[in-house]
Design a binder for this molecule. Structure first.
Ligand code: CA
Ligand code: CA
Length: 427
């Protein structure tokens, strides 16, 4: 006989033991049965415990990744920015993609970036702004070459010898003789101080010569001859005290006063093209063109379907020559500047409705073919390239044939007739 101390949960009726009412001890069979039941219970208990642990672990990992995400989000900020002295910062978010703005108080102007954006790499765009007291000298208040000293909302003029007054406007003693303003040499402005010293100066654009005369600076001669220092894109005219840039006919002087800009005669209606002509703007001029379809030949004829396009008329059943001829021809006019760098893509060619599986491009004619090449840029597009620089003025023509194939069988051809009008100048 074996005595087994039963745990409390067994005694609570979880385990039903076949205990005799008068029997205190269990026989061997009963003990075995109890052991088996306990083992089963332990296995079940173990499984439940394991499942509980797994569940807990799963919840913990969810919590962890959530916390990590929050932490990462918090880190997606740029460093704190300093508020400029005598200014304010607008916008508080330092998060990636956000912007902050700065403004200066009255009497101050901003130096640096007015707006800064927090970039993906968690750095700020631009530079830290600061507010500088507005320069009281910015309006050049000192006359007669006086030197302005900026103060606190005021200025002081340091006058050159011979001049006095708050803005150096009063001569102490002076005389000057001015010759004609159109002359390239002038008398200097001279002033004598009380001590008897004499100072002479020249107007802007003039230089005091050893002989005591102000001589015009020839800016054209000084700077125009070298490409590095060139002051005018085209031509330079020296003027007393200054210079002016000149442009060839067909161009206007650009707002920067040194470049030349082509006049678009076509859009400005400054052309004399006839009714039915196409006006083509070129660098330095314009052209009037009227594309013509090829004359009928070998049972092949074309009809004009737009100002710059011809389509082939239907072919007679038995005419192979007609079937092999281009089914359409288009005309293209390109204005070009002289001596452009190469290689340069001038023109892209493709088909609007592709029926075949491949396109081939080839130069089929034209007297300018030596400077052009064709290549395919993708399955349905070809490019016409300029391969060597062209000295202008010149008119170059090239014909590009685009053939469409399906399983190596020719479906059709299209001809691009390209004319390039090259300017006499590099602009
Ligand atoms: Ca000059
Ligand atoms: Ca023009």
């Amino acid at each position: 006989m074996l005595l087994i101390p039963l745990p409390a949960w067994l005694a609570l009726g979880i385990l039903q033991l076949p205990l005799g009412s008068s029997q205190e001890c269990l026989n061997q069979q009963q003990v075995l049965s109890v052991v088996r039941q306990m083992q089963k219970l332990l296995v079940a208990q173990e499984a439940a415990h394991l499942q509980g642990t797994r569940g807990l672990r799963h919840h913990l990992s969810i919590l962890q990744s959530h916390l990590q995400r929050v932490a990462t989000k918090r880190n997606e900020v740029c460093p704190q920015l300093a508020v400029p002295l005598n200014g304010r910062m607008l916008g508080r978010s330092l998060r990636v993609g956000h912007e902050v703005h700065f403004i200066c108080d009255a009497g101050f102007r901003m130096v640096g970036s007015e707006t800064r954006a927090c970039r993906q790499n968690r750095t700020w765009s631009g530079t830290q702004p600061f507010c500088r007291s507005i320069d009281d000298c910015s309006s050049n208040p000192c006359a007669n070459s006086g030197t302005c000293v900026d103060g606190n909302q005021s200025y002081t003029c340091l006058c050159p010898p011979g001049w006095s007054g708050p803005s150096c406007q009063s001569p102490i003693y002076s005389y000057w003789v001015t010759l004609s303003n159109t002359s390239f040499s002038r008398q200097p402005r001279c002033a004598e101080g009380r001590s008897g010293s004499r100072r002479c100066s020249c107007d802007t654009g003039f230089q005091l010569q050893p002989g005591g005369v102000c001589q015009d600076v020839d800016e054209c001669q000084l700077y125009q001859s070298s490409p590095q220092t060139q002051i005018c894109l085209h031509d330079c005219l020296n003027l007393p005290g200054s210079y002016r840039c000149l442009c060839p006919p067909g161009y206007l002087l650009h707002a920067d006063r040194n470049a030349c800009e082509d006049v678009n005669e076509c859009t400005r209606k400054q052309h004399n093209c006839s009714q039915g002509d196409l006006c083509i703007n070129t660098f330095g001029g314009y052209r009037c063109v009227r594309p013509k379809c090829p004359p009928p030949r070998h049972n092949t004829s074309y009809v004009k379907t737009s100002a710059s396009q011809c389509e082939r008329n239907p072919c007679p059943m038995d005419s192979r020559a007609c079937q092999l001829a281009a089914s359409s021809i288009s005309f293209h006019y390109l204005p070009l500047q002289a001596n452009r760098t190469v290689p340069r893509v001038l023109f892209r060619m493709s088909t609007t409705r592709s029926l075949g599986d491949s396109l081939r491009f080839a130069i089929a004619g034209g007297h300018g073919r030596g400077v052009f090449a064709v290549r395919r840029s993708d399955r349905h597009t070809g490019e016409l390239l300029l391969t060597s620089p062209v000295a202008g003025p010149a008119t170059l023509e090239v014909e590009v044939e685009m053939s469409e194939f399906s399983h190596k069988v020719l479906l059709g051809k299209h001809i691009f007739k390209v004319t390039a009008f090259v300017s006499p100048y590099v602009f």
